[in-house]
Design a protein around this ligand. Structure first.
Ligand SMILES: O=C(O)CCC(=O)C(=O)O
Ligand SMILES: [Fe+2]
Length: 373
């Protein structure tokens, strides 16, 4: 059974070294971005492994705070909607889901780039040091570390598109980046009665933690604890046939139809981060790279006693970075154009429109935000 690719990005983590190893990583990234829009990375700076543990511990500590302490940090109090949102609250950072999957079942806490570089930069509602000693330092360390990994990856993405390796990095000087901490509470035990819509598929019996959506920005890095729940639905021909095989192989319990068809699990892989591309990357790459739909189910079954925690780093480019769909330089060959398939021409990324924009404008439009520039 085919599953999501794993790519060792260590050759991208040094400033120099434009050698065969780098070219091989760029080729793997190109293939993964065309076929899946998702891939695991290993080999990021060693510093990252240490900050990952601290990150997950700090995330649990935040959500374990008493309700009143979290309410005092509510996102509704912040002009940039940073801070805490309880279960059933708004979905923060992604373009809207499709397919009527119902309300999200998750608690979230949003942080973002500080300073005044753009209307999307600003102060974070940090919990006080009395409440959570060292929390701000742990989160800030992870934020910088995730940004360094994103910059390294951006070199691979640029090479994968036939561009100068610094192409995206030069547009990530003080990027619009956000860190979203998530807790998915376990699904209530099923007494076999429920089910929505009378469907018999396992997807219908499971509780949605985060409905199907694509991310709207450039690059997403996901750290997850050891509780699974994330699934992706690749649209390219090669990966899609692997997904169909997964749906039919007994893992999902479906019969090739219903809500499970085409979905592939993206379970936690110790020491790895999961990367996915957002709508902005698909738009910028002229539709060559994928912004792939994904969804999360609340922990159930054997994992049903524990909440799932994940931390999503949405790395965009600088607010005023100019963006226009790339053309011939990406070297999209007829094979790759065929790989895209005719059926999936649009996922709302605006790839068919040729108008140039800026990263900030693109994201604000997707999120329905308006700022006076
Ligand atoms: O929690 C996860 O694994 C993914 C969350 C996600 O896709 C999002 O917040 O955009
Ligand atoms: Fe997402």
């Amino acid at each position: 059974m085919k599953s999501l690719p794993v790519i060792d990005i260590s050759p991208l983590c040094s400033e120099s070294g434009d050698d065969a190893a780098t070219a091989a990583v760029a080729a793997s990234i190109r293939k993964a971005c065309i076929e899946w829009g998702f891939f695991y990375i290993v080999g990021a700076r060693p510093r990252h492994a240490a900050t990952l543990d601290a990150l997950l511990r700090a995330t649990v500590a935040l959500f374990d705070l008493p309700h009143d302490s979290k309410r005092a940090l509510a996102a509704s109090l912040s002009p940039l909607h940073r801070g805490w949102t309880g279960v059933g609250g708004a979905h923060n950072c992604s373009s809207s889901g499709r397919g009527g999957t119902g309300p999200d079942n998750k608690e979230s806490f949003l942080l973002g780039a500080e300073g005044g570089a753009s209307p999307m930069h600003g102060p974070n509602p940090w919990p006080s040091a009395d409440l959570l000693p060292g929390w701000e330092a742990d989160m800030s360390a992870y934020f910088s570390s995730a940004l360094a990994v994103s910059r390294a990856l951006s070199r691979g993405l640029a090479l994968a598109l036939g561009l100068d390796r610094a192409f995206f990095e030069q547009r990530m000087r003080d990027p619009v980046a956000q860190l979203l901490l998530l807790r998915y509470p376990p699904a209530p035990p099923s007494d076999g009665g429920g089910g929505d819509g009378g469907s018999n598929s396992s997807a219908a019996r499971r509780v949605v933690g985060c409905g199907e959506h694509t991310d709207c920005g450039f690059l997403t890095l996901l750290a997850q604890d050891d509780v699974p729940g994330l699934e992706v639905r690749p649209r390219a021909a090669g990966a899609a046939s692997a997904a169909a095989a997964t749906a039919n192989s007994g893992g999902g319990g479906g019969e090739g139809g219903g809500d499970d068809a085409g979905w592939v699990p993206a379970p936690p892989l110790p020491g790895a981060l999961l990367v996915n591309l957002g709508d902005l990357a698909e738009f910028w790459s002229g539709g060559l790279f994928r912004s792939t739909p994904h969804r999360v189910f609340a922990p159930g079954g054997a994992d049903g006693r524990r909440a799932r925690h994940s931390v999503v780093f949405f790395c965009n480019c600088d607010y005023d970075a100019e963006v226009a769909p790339l053309g011939a330089e990406t070297g999209m060959g007829s094979d790759e154009a065929g790989e895209r398939g005719a059926a999936d021409a649009g996922n709302g990324c605006g790839v068919d429109g040729t108008s140039a924009t800026t990263a900030g404008r693109y994201i604000c439009e997707k999120l329905g935000l308006m700022f006076n520039e």
